[in-house]
Design a binder for this molecule. Sequence first.
Ligand code: GDP
Ligand code: MG
Length: 178
Amino acid sequence: MPLSEYKLCVFGSGGVGKSCLTMQFVQRIFMPRYDPTIEDVYKKNVEIDGQQYSLEILDTAGTEEFSAMRDLYVKNSHGFILVYSITSQATFNDLTDFYERIIRIKDTEIDGTPPLVLVGNKSDLEDERAVGRQIGQELARRWDCTFLETSAKNLLNVNEIFFDLVRQINRTAVRHGS
Ligand code: GDP
Ligand code: MG
């Protein structure tokens, strides 16, 4: 039996496209400008592999990256989306802190990496690319997670992030007999 509601969390540095990816998935709109301080929960019902799911997506913002509140979100989430921009090496490097924090909080519940997708967004900006596709793939291999390059602008691989995460959550639930 799938969980009734899947809670997903989107992390990454400011400006990488967390809100645009979330908005594209939930409402099918691209926002050229979106308030960087807005942190909100979005809900969407979707059918994946013939099954209905109710997704709750936390689009994080926040000046303080980590707090007791943030730790609680992580604890209560079933899956994670870690986003960088392929145009910025710094945003790629920033993800390690997010990852380690998630692992520290989740590893009492499950072995290994929790359901997680590493996302290199803004793939439409090939001319400005600063992080090679292979670099992303290598990190995903190290973290034992899925890797996708996406464009929220061109609606490329956006659904795939969320579909893949739901499938990962299902596999984890089966492994743990819940
Ligand atoms: P957040 O701070 O991570 O939530 O980033 P936003 O979603 O607010 O996006 C920051 C900026 O990047 C905005 O100006 C977006 O229009 C732009 N942006 C987001 N995704 C893409 C993308 O896939 N391609 C391009 N070219 N720009 C994007
Ligand atoms: Mg945002």
